[in-house]
Design a binder for this molecule. Structure first.
Ligand SMILES: Nc1nc2c(ncn2[C@@H]2O[C@H](COP(=O)(O)OP(=O)(O)OP(=O)(O)O)[C@@H](O)[C@H]2O)c(=O)[nH]1
Ligand SMILES: [Mg+2]
Length: 316
């Protein structure tokens, strides 16, 4: 076998791919030897750097897919983010690690999800792919080979599709440096099998993904502009009606009580302070992270619910 040129391997670039909760961040932390990746979920790729076994490492974690979803069922933004992961370590990753938990039965649907999502990168990606099993601690005294052989044809298909390249990690045992050293050696061997080359995604696939990403961003911005205009219109309508009802109430105060005048307004539950609150409500950007958006939504919904409870009190 020709092991090609391995001069540049003092630096290794690695992309972690897999379904949600497969152990991608934990594997990243094991590889870098410290807690670089947060174990909380991210909708975006996360890139971290470090040193291990005399090599400079760049590790990218792509967001995970739902493990029973086919690629067609996965959301467009997720697919774009997954594909763009390889562009975060230019000129391209030396290996793409497919993260699989060994404490779960590997079903046909998982295999289809892996196949579909991986093929977003194009056919060439398979020759840089290595199956990285996590939850090695749950294997007890079963060897990884016994596990692969006993799991059924779908897992065997996947391992074979990756050129029989696989490795197992116990992410709960950070003191075991041998498991990382061996993994890095397997990555070097993968590069050697590829004649010293890293994986480079076809420029057309990347351009197409970037184009689709721009289209989604434009549509999202357009939706936000529409929603903002809608809200501006409603607020100015509310203010006009509040002004009118104040004028009416002042003009007729000699004949009626304030309570009666309030009941004439279609926004009778809205007073000045409500309007100020409405004006200051924040609109979450569609490109905020999930957590930021849900924080904002929480503020919004609590603002709405406080209006509602005040309205309920008013009407009671
Ligand atoms: N026992 C055991 N637990 C593990 C192992 N690897 C990961 N875990 C646990 O599995 C859970 C998910 O791990 P993560 O590393 O956050 O998985 P992930 O794929 O990054 O998850 P998302 O980014 O949310 O999709 C965490 O509770 C980890 O502690 C392992 O080798 N053994
Ligand atoms: Mg993670």
């Amino acid at each position: 076998m020709d092991f090609g040129d391995t001069r540049y391997l003092s630096e290794l670039r690695i992309v972690l791919l897999g379904s949600k909760r497969a152990g991608k961040s934990s594997a990243g932390n094991s590889i870098l030897g410290r807690e670089e990746f947060d174990l909380k979920r991210s909708a975006q790729c996360v890139r971290r750097h470090g040193e291990a076994a005399d090599r400079h490492l760049t590790v990218i974690e792509a967001p995970g897919w739902w493990r029973t979803y086919t690629v067609e069922q996965s959301p467009e933004l997720l697919k774009q983010e997954i594909v763009l992961s390889v562009s975060l370590c230019p000129p391209g990753p030396h290996a793409v690690l497919l993260i699989i938990r060994v404490d779960n039965t590997f079903k046909e649907t998982y295999r289809k999800a892996f196949q579909g999502h991986l093929e977003l990168f194009g056919e060439r990606v398979w020759s840089h792919a290595i199956v990285l099993f996590t939850y090695g601690d749950s294997l007890s005294d079963t060897s990884i080979e016994q596990y692969i052989e006993s799991e059924g044809q779908d897992l065997r298909w996947l391992v074979d599709r990756c050129g029989n390249r696989y490795h197992v990690l116990n992410n709960k045992n950070r003191r075991d440096h041998t498991q990382i050293k061996e993994l890095l050696e397997k990555i070097e061997e993968t590069v050697a099998q590829n004649k010293g080359c890293h994986f480079e995604i076809d420029g057309r696939i990347l351009q197409e993904m970037k184009k689709r990403r721009r289209e989604v961003e434009e549509r999202a911005n357009e939706r936000m502009r529409r929603m903002q205009k809608q809200r501006d219109d409603i607020r100015s309508q509310m203010m006009r009606r509040a002004d009118k009802s104040n004028t009416w109430s002042l003009g007729s105060s000699a004949y009626s009580t304030g309570a009666a005048s309030r009941s004439y307004s279609p926004f009778s539950f809205v007073d000045g302070s409500d309007l100020e609150r409405c004006k200051s409500m924040e609109v979450p950007s569609p490109f905020m992270s999930g957590d930021e958006r849900s924080d904002t939504m929480f503020v919004r919904s609590s603002a709405y619910s406080s209006n509602m409870s005040e309205a309920d009190e008013d009407s009671s």
